[in-house]
Ligand binder design. Structure first.
Ligand code: BG6
Ligand code: MG
Length: 216
């Protein structure tokens, strides 16, 4: 392929914040007496805050338990817990191989972007001192649909001025891999629990990321 851009997911790819989303949802679910485990959590990766809560409610057959206002209040509480966790992030939390890959991409003239539906993405990138490593960041403010919709990856490609077929997307979630493939891009899956669409390249951790390998 003629790769011209790399598009990175944030949570679980650039930094291991996926575990903090899990812990924050787990606290809220426990408080509300709702079942929630790692398997259900897999389905929340790459999915917006409200949709994540709706999935937890669906799993518990409790979709009708809370009204709209109450749901807004509860997801705000989940976010307060999450923000508490990410307030401790430092540049040393960037996952192995990520800085090396962004540097190698820059050196070789490839564009780079972040595709995260998280409203906390700008704060996380800033705590990691990683914002300046990317040519473009598409966060929740720039898209209307969560992954698995391809919108966020297409917004990145457009902003970078690169055709989707020349983009490589890197993701840790099933919804993210589906979004990359639906955007017509090559997908690299990091430790992804695959159930539907297969990534083009499967890696078990970000330490295995190698520019030659993922663009060959
Ligand atoms: C994604 C995470 O990056 O962001 C999801 O994979 C999360 O787990 C989503 O729900 C929304 O994040 P936030 O920070 O806006 O609640
Ligand atoms: Mg992710």
């Amino acid at each position: 392929m003629n790769a011209k851009a790399l598009i990175f997911d944030l949570d679980g790819v650039i930094v291991d914040t996926a575990k903090y989303h899990f812990l924050a949802w787990k606290s809220l679910a426990d408080e509300l007496g709702l079942f929630f485990d790692e398997n259900v959590n897999e389905r929340l990766k790459g999915v917006s805050r409200m949709r994540s809560f709706e999935i937890i409610l669906e799993v518990n057959d409790a979709s009708e338990r809370f009204g709209e206002e109450e749901k807004q209040r509860l997801i705000a509480r989940k976010n307060d817990l999450y923000v508490e966790y990410i307030s401790r992030l430092t540049p040393s939390d960037v996952l192995d191989g990520i800085r090396e890959l962004t540097d190698a991409a820059r050196e070789r003239g490839l564009k780079t972007a972040v595709a995260s539906v998280s409203k906390n993405a700008p704060a996380v990138l800033s705590a990691l001192k990683m914002r300046e490593k990317f040519d473009y960041v598409a966060d929740a403010a720039k898209v209307s649909r969560s992954k698995p919709d391809p919108e966020i990856f297409l917004v990145c490609a457009e902003a970078l001025g690169v055709e989707p077929q020349c983009c490589v997307g890197i993701e840790d979630s099933q919804a993210g891999i589906e979004a990359i493939k639906a955007a017509g891009m090559r997908a690299v899956g990091i430790n992804v629990a695959v159930t539907s669409v297969e990534p083009d390249i499967v890696l078990s951790s970000t330490a295995e990321l190698d520019l030659d390998k993922i663009t060959a």
